[in-house]
Design a protein around this ligand. Structure first.
Ligand code: GLU
Length: 492
């Protein structure tokens, strides 16, 4: 049996879109599952819109997702001679013919058709020119494109592995262009030549390409080549059931990377956009996906991109990520937020690791470590106004936090048990509920209303930081209630 060969063929006219990433993933899963070959091909023949840095960005995103390719990347822009040679072969065989109609002439015909409410397709003006006609036009210096000669009658059909049997009458097709008058190949020509040369056995791509498939099959046949299998993947929609676009938020893989999404979470999420594993599970490792993936289980119904679900998946992955993998990611996050300190790598290594572990179960993404977790890595943090409103209402809090600071300053040892005992006995003495002091202190230490358990926070931050922050909060509260008083010590 021929080995299975699939390809992912992005055009470098934008960043890797999540839809493209899903296509790449399904190709990759299928190749791994079938022990086949995953080819990467960059379709950069559109010189006006393709950009090398975007090709690089696409490669970077694929690597970040862990979708490594076995062959390539091949660049279509380096294969132009090959497409021209195949075009010449098709012309020699009579399967294609030169078309001398200028862009202006075609535009006029198109406009006339629109004015008369007729559907326009190329009218075959140059289809049956005699050799003499062609020679005359060439002698006049008229440039020509090359068009494929679509059979006049009959139909082309194929059995799509997702969408089932699809048939298109040739009368609904026009003689499409293979080579433009500047000698550049169109998508249809280059994709077929490449799929043939690269011995692609299965074309797995977005459903937006279904209407292109009959034309490409006609080309394969004209080249006496075996037609590959086709599997088109359902469209991806936003929550409003319109095609996913920028209107719905981030659409590129790199944007999700920047939002602090983990690649394994995004891969898992994308895998389920159109595919349901036989065990119906939602959280799947890459190994499980490879083991269970099949094109037959891909649905043709449109898939909805639910960012809430992605956020949930990400927090699940984050929670279970081994510390050895999480720590370097957090280092990078803190570096980019300007919060990384070299001490985290040596003297304060333990504190750093404890902080990350404490935040791990509460973070939804990597950004949260520099966001709501900021106070674990720097003294420079703000009090969340909502937290202040909720937990710093009571006017006695300034005195309470100051008293707590003074007691904690002398506490020895400073551990989970002793800090809790200290706080609770203070609350009892002052006749307030322990919760009032716990919530008030949490805001003082983290700036947040919701954070890990207070005594874990205290032991992680350490005695000095805790005491300083409680003093600072007491001062802040005193200034708030007596706006004209001047704080003797600078707050952070
Ligand atoms: N370059 C095409 C695209 O980005 C893919 C073509 C194909 O998969 O056949 O949509």
């Amino acid at each position: 049996m021929e080995p299975i060969r699939v390809r992912f063929a992005p055009s470098p006219t934008g960043y890797l879109h999540v839809g493209g990433a899903r296509t790449a993933l399904y190709n990759w899963l299928f190749a791994r599952r079938e022990r086949g070959v995953f080819v990467l091909r960059i379709e950069d023949t559109d010189v006006d819109r393709s950009r090398p840095e975007l090709a690089q960005a696409i490669l970077d995103s694929l690597k970040w997702l862990g979708l490594h390719w076995d062959e390539g990347p091949y660049f279509q822009s380096q294969r132009l001679d090959r497409y021209r040679a195949v075009a010449a072969r098709l012309e020699d065989a009579g399967a294609a013919y030169p078309c001398f109609c200028s862009a202006d002439e075609l535009q006029q015909k198109r406009e006339r058709a629109a004015a008369e409410h007729r559907a326009w397709k190329y009218d075959g003006h140059c289809r049956n020119l005699s050799d003499a006609d062609r020679a005359r036009q060439r002698a006049e210096g008229r440039a020509s494109a090359l068009r494929f000669r679509v059979p006049e009658s009959g139909a082309t059909s194929f059995d799509d592995q997702v969408f089932g049997s699809i048939k298109l009458a040739h009368s609904d097709l026009e003689d499409f262009v293979l080579l433009r008058s500047d000698g550049n190949p169109t998508y249809h020509l280059s994709v077929v030549v490449d799929d043939l040369d690269m011995k692609i056995t299965h074309v797995i791509r977005g459903a937006d390409h279904i209407s292109n498939t009959p034309k490409q099959i006609l080309l394969f046949q004209a080249l006496d080549a075996a037609v590959p299998n086709f599997a088109h993947l359902p469209l991806i929609l936003g929550p409003d059931r319109q095609r996913l676009s920028k209107r719905h938020g981030a659409t590129s893989v790199s944007a999700y990377q920047e939002q602090g999404i983990l690649p394994e979470a995004l891969v898992n999420f994308l895998a389920l956009l159109g595919w349901t594993p036989p065990n119906q599970k939602e959280l799947l490792s890459l190994e499980e996906m490879v083991e269970m993936f099949s094109i037959e289980a891909v649905s043709k119904s449109n898939a909805v991109f639910d960012t809430e679900k992605l956020a949930w998946m990400n927090s699940e992955y984050l929670r279970h990520l081994p510390l050895s993998r999480l720590l370097p990611l957090i280092q990078r996050e803190l570096e980019s937020a300007g919060l990384w300190q070299t001490a985290f790598a040596d003297k304060e290594r333990e504190k750093f690791e404890k902080s990350v572990t404490l935040l791990q179960s509460r973070a939804r993404n990597l950004k949260d470590f520099s966001g709501f977790g900021r106070a674990f890595f720097t003294d420079h943090f703000e009090y969340d106004p909502e937290a202040v409103k909720k937990f710093w209402k009571d006017p006695v809090l300034a005195d309470l936090l100051e008293a707590l600071a003074q007691r904690l300053e002398k506490l020895l040892p400073f551990d989970l048990e002793s800090t809790e005992k200290c706080l609770r006995s203070l609350a009892e003495e002052k006749g307030v509920k322990a919760g009032v002091l716990i919530n008030g202190a949490r805001v003082a230490l983290t700036g947040q209303a919701v954070a890990p358990g207070l005594f874990e926070v205290m032991t992680t931050l350490g005695q000095d930081a805790v005491v300083n922050r409680l003093h600072r909060a007491a001062r802040f509260l005193t200034e708030q209630t007596a706006p004209h008083s001047v704080s003797p010590v600078d707050s952070h």
